[in-house]
Write a protein that binds this ligand. Structure first.
Ligand code: PEP
Ligand code: CO
Length: 457
């Protein structure tokens, strides 16, 4: 096989490689027009932000920060609403506060938002009652309704997706700029949502003890802790729809290289991570920090090839590996990959996605995940990394800031029968607000214990 890294790269060089998971459009002219328009519109993010995130990820790879990445499996255009966006920020903010406390590391907050609109599917089509239609591939591509017109890939959605990502990001930036992410802002401390959780008291205690520490620090310094008054939120999505990603790939003045300015931090899914394939070809040439999902079929050789192609210079902060094996697989599957990377002498940031390997289907046909399995994979991840002389530098969740019922378990004991009450995800099941906060609390407690201090009274 020709080494992909030895041939010239351009934003469109992926077109010479075999591509999977790309929709086929009937109207090539309409597709071209939509992509040209996206390419002319202003970018969603800037190269300064992208480089700042890369620096922070490099620090996380050295154990000086911790990555919290979370959001919907698939964002939907009709959820581009003030309340939904605010709730997503709030849950990431509050989880990060608890994690900072437990891990004693600053947390980098990255949302799966402002562009997480395209989904890989294991089947190209779906059959119901003898009718076969293309699979739903996310709101950037087609509609979820099971009707021929809705399922046909529509180029107009590329522009819609771009605009909704811009609207989402605009609101996020205003909230952050306006003080939402200031540690002194009440959103940080308002645990109203978990008021009825059996863990409410524990969370309240932890948060009060954090507030105490902050007040103590500020009285010592006789000033507000400025370091905490502005924090960043970064965006990420799966870089799946290559024509769309290409349209947002630009050069910027006074910097070398090409940036994907449609998001800060694109990731490469397991299904499109073939070395020599179109997606890897696209990813290798952009200057953004990139992540790769690493699942059960990954081999040490394949992983090392990916590292070589995607990060030939071993650039600090460039590469994050997000492993997702499931609670039953991680103990056997992760160690050989850790060993291979360790022996290669490379620096990557390791992150655990405890969601995707733990998906199951209920008797009613609903996709779900069990809180205990998610927690178990995460706890094992911390332990395995430590035992292998590595460390876990981040976590990746599918979560909602709302009170959905998609995952089973948690302190409130959601059961299979509860799922139908508020099951809203069109793709994968998310932790709800309470479950996500509880997850953060349990990780923080465990890590605080491992580090030899008490995270809560
Ligand atoms: C996802 O993150 O929604 C996803 C599809 O993950 P994976 O590629 O790990 O299956
Ligand atoms: Co998912």
């Amino acid at each position: 096989m020709e080494r992909p890294s030895s041939s010239p790269w351009s934003p469109s060089s992926w077109r010479t490689r075999p591509a999977t998971q790309l929709p086929s459009y009937e109207d090539a002219q309409a597709l071209r027009a939509a992509l040209e328009e996206v390419a002319l519109l202003p970018p969603l993010v800037t190269s300064w932000e992208v480089e700042r995130l890369k620096e922070q990820l490099a620090e996380a790879a050295q154990g000086r920060r911790f990555l919290l990445q979370g959001g919907d499996c698939a964002e939907s255009l009709d959820q581009c609403r003030a309340e939904a966006i605010t709730n997503k920020l709030k849950i990431l903010l509050q989880m990060s506060l608890i994690l900072t406390y437990g891990l004693k590391r600053r947390v980098i907050r990255v949302g799966r938002f402002a562009g997480q609109y395209a989904k890989p599917r294991s089947e190209d089509s779906e059959t119901r009652d003898g009718v076969t239609l293309p699979s739903y591939r996310g709101d950037l591509i087609n509609h979820a309704e099971f009707e021929a017109a809705a399922r046909a890939p529509d180029p107009a959605l590329l522009l819609d997706g771009y605009q909704h990502a811009a609207l989402t990001l605009n609101f996020i930036r205003s909230l952050v700029e306006g003080g939402f992410a200031d540690l002194h802002h009440p959103e940080y401390w308002d645990l109203g949502f978990v008021g009825h959780s059996p863990r409410a008291r524990e969370l309240q205690d932890m948060v009060e003890s954090i507030a105490d520490s902050l007040r103590f620090l500020e009285s010592l310094a006789d000033t507000r802790v400025g370091e905490f008054s502005r924090v960043d939120f970064f965006t990420s999505h799966e870089g799946l729809h290559l024509p769309y990603e290409q349209a947002q790939t630009r050069r910027v003045p006074r910097r070398e290289g090409w940036y994907n300015l449609g998001t800060h931090f694109p990731w490469l899914g397991m299904r499109t991570a073939q070395v020599g394939g179109a997606h890897v070809e696209y990813f290798r040439g952009i200057s953004n920090p990139v992540a790769v999902k690493v699942g059960p079929t990954m081999t040490p050789d394949w992983l090392l090839d990916l590292l070589e192609v995607l990060d030939p210079d071993d650039e600090p902060g460039r590469l994050t590996l997000i492993h997702r094996f499931g609670h039953q697989g991680i103990a056997t599957m992760l160690p050989p990959l850790l060993a291979a990377v360790r022996e290669s002498g490379r620096r990557v940031l390791w992150c655990c996605d405890p969601m995707h390997g733990n998906t199951e289907t209920t008797a009613n046909g609903l996709k779900t995940r069990r809180f205990d399995n998610i927690l178990s994979e995460l706890e094992q991840a911390f332990e395995i990394h430590a035992a292998e002389g590595s460390f876990l530098g981040g976590v990746h969740f599918e979560l909602s800031g709302d009170n959905v019922t998609e995952c089973i378990g948690g302190a409130r004991g959601l059961s299979e029968v509860d799922l139908s009450r508020a099951y809203r995800s069109r793709v994968d099941p998310r932790l709800n607000y309470e479950q996500a906060m509880e997850m953060a609390l349990l990780i923080a407690r465990k890590m605080a214990k491992a580090n030899g201090f008490h995270a809560q009274s």
